[in-house]
Design a protein around this ligand. Sequence first.
Ligand SMILES: Cc1cc2nc3c(=O)[nH]c(=O)nc-3n(C[C@H](O)[C@H](O)[C@H](O)COP(=O)(O)O)c2cc1C
Length: 142
Amino acid sequence: MKRTRVCDLLGIEYPIIQGGMLWLATAELASAVSNAGGLGVISPFAGMEKDGDSSRNLELQITRVRDLTEKPFGVNIPLYLQESGILLDVILKKEVRIVITAGGDPGHFTDLLHQEGRKVLHVVISVRQAQRAEFSKVGSHY
Ligand SMILES: Cc1cc2nc3c(=O)[nH]c(=O)nc-3n(C[C@H](O)[C@H](O)[C@H](O)COP(=O)(O)O)c2cc1C
């Protein structure tokens, strides 16, 4: 399969990125994708009970994915959540290198994550959103 710039940017073999999926993107799924040469992605809610603690769950998922793969992986953070800032704290503390944000204004956290040396991908559904995400700043109407 063709290598692309995405492979070099993320340190992966194939330009394939697993979708973040709320309760489904577990450490087991993500590590299988990463071990196969793509980018596995875990969700803070993966495998969690309905009213569980997403921060604690995310810490456990990060520990588990590192037990299962030495390859790069990412964490997906929906930005519309009240607890997205707390989840970002977990990501910073646990030294996660790749963050995939979705469902909100990327201007809120991208600069901070870049300052901390993390790679940020933002999920968009149109060219227009992609262009706005590229230049978005806190407070802009994404
Ligand atoms: C059950 C389910 C849950 C999803 N949850 C999330 C999510 O939490 N965060 C996210 O960024 N995308 C989420 N998505 C979107 C997927 O990550 C992906 O972007 C989308 O399915 C488009 O990819 P596809 O064309 O390969 O299906 C979810 C998709 C599905 C099917």
